[in-house]
Ligand binder design. Sequence first.
Ligand code: CP
Length: 325
Amino acid sequence: MSKPLQGRHFITTQEWSTEEIELLLQTSWDLKRKFYRDEPHALLRDKTLFMMFYEQSTRTRNSMEAGMTQLGGHAHFLSPDKLQLSHGETAEDTARVLSRMGHGIAVRNCDWGVGNKFMRSVAEISRVPLINLQCDLYHPCQAVADLMTIREKFRDEVRGRKMTVSWTYAPSYVRPISVPHSEILLMTRFGLDVTLAHPPEFKLKPEILAQAEANAKAAGGEFRIVDDMDAAFEGAHIVYPKSWGCLVHEPDRQAAVKHIDKYPGWIADEKRMALTAPGSIYMHPLPASRGQEVTDGVIDGPHSVVWDEAENRLHTAKGLMALTM
Ligand code: CP
């Protein structure tokens, strides 16, 4: 296998060309076929990935860990409280050491105002590729798995498909804005017509919106923003309703939760799904708050592709590691 991306960091999809993302998707499909045919694909035999998780994870951790095993290597799960970080060793010194012992470093750090800066400081120091497993601003691994899923469901005919990325109600905690950022950035590049819907308090970062607008223009597609969930669902081929916080404009977490509480009607339910185009799909990166973000009838119903989407986290994680490490 030729590896033109060996050694490349993966912090945002914006920093990879469309050809490079295409190569990642093709590699992921090839690895998915091999997985189902039980064909050997130990492309990373004897290689080591260090994964630093500052937050909880089900899909991301297990897609990377199982993926490394299936590729013939090993992934170490590192929790900062068990490292000398907890005694004051700097993250940069930790990265210097880890990058001399293995072949890749992967980090999840969603701390607001910290996560992305931390990724970039580790990437600068590391001798090996850095994979962003979600930060305060981006979740590129999720977006790539979602693009793979959309292309599978629409048999590669995605140009001009209408995709709605919508805010939903979920008051239990303030979720990062990294998923909606990454969705609007990547899908506009691949020619989807993207509608972003949210109540006024839940705006995304202006520079990300400007990038999405520019991506859509370059790809010959559209990008629009509305504040009405019903209008956003009308005629959509793909709906991606999920909650996010309003920390861009409201850094106080308690105050942010109060804003969420104003909009319990923002839920993906059967009535709204009936507004979408025939054959539409419902997506969510998971975990979903059932009864708040989405009804059981929708997430378990005929439009839902959430389990295929979650599975594709494995295949794209393997593609990414096989190409960069
Ligand atoms: N979608 C996602 O990143 O899931 P986890 O938080 O479980 O990793």
